[in-house]
Design a protein around this ligand. Structure first.
Ligand code: PRP
Ligand code: GUN
Ligand code: MG
Length: 174
């Protein structure tokens, strides 16, 4: 970050990895196949907001109906600032996890630098932490993930994007 402070994380990333709804759904189902070998889980905890969509799909596939959130804000659009825990797990969920998160499944869309992952690990050290995508810096913090992308890739999620015209590759499209 210090090398190009004027650039956003997205601009520094360079490569774009756009993900469609269909692809995301398939990746979440693939994640659940792996998680099904690890559970059962008492509850699913979504790291908002990006974790809400994968958490809904994973909870549906695992048959888990207790769903909680940890609300963390770090990137303001695409620049990472200080992490801010706006809401922790509810007392009911904390009790299910024996205080340390044992038997709880934390879900997020991705790990990048690992700062968010580190914070949830500190909150619930014995919980299982799953993400759909992982970049190398954050990967050691995740127990289960599906696809690794390089650190200089920016993932575009379907809820942040819309279909738009693309110029032909011959004319210089990326
Ligand atoms: O590994 P890190 O470098 O911490 O980055 C990963 C986090 O960044 C994004 O969330 P963001 O803070 O942008 O909030 P959002 O989920 O509400 O979009 C993403 O959903 C992860 O939670
Ligand atoms: N959408 C999106 N948000 C992020 N937050 C941290 N890294 C990323 C990324 O690659 N894509
Ligand atoms: Mg997030």
């Amino acid at each position: 970050m210090a090398e190009h402070p004027e650039l956003s994380a997205q601009e520094r990333a360079g490569k774009a990895f756009p993900v469609s709804w269909d692809q995301f759904h398939r990746d979440c189902r693939a994640l659940t196949w792996r998680l099904n070998e690890v559970g059962p889980f008492h509850a699913v905890i979504a790291i908002t907001r990006g974790g809400l969509v994968p958490a809904a799909i994973v909870a549906r596939e695992l048959g888990v109906r207790v769903i909680d959130t940890v609300c963390i804000a770090s990137y303001d659009h695409n620049k990472q600032g200080d992490l801010n825990v706006l809401k922790g797990v509810s007392p009911d969920t904390a009790k299910l996890g024996g205080g340390t998160g044992k038997g709880l499944l934390i879900v997020d869309d991705l790990v990048d630098t690992g700062k968010t992952g580190r914070m949830v690990r500190d909150l619930l050290p014995d919980a299982h932490f799953a993400t759909v995508y992982a970049k190398p810096k954050g990967r050691p913090l995740v127990d289960t993930f599906i696809t690794e992308v390089s650190q200089d890739t920016w993932i575009f999620f379907p809820w942040d994007t819309a279909l738009s015209f693309q110029p032909p590759i011959r004319d210089g499209a990326a």
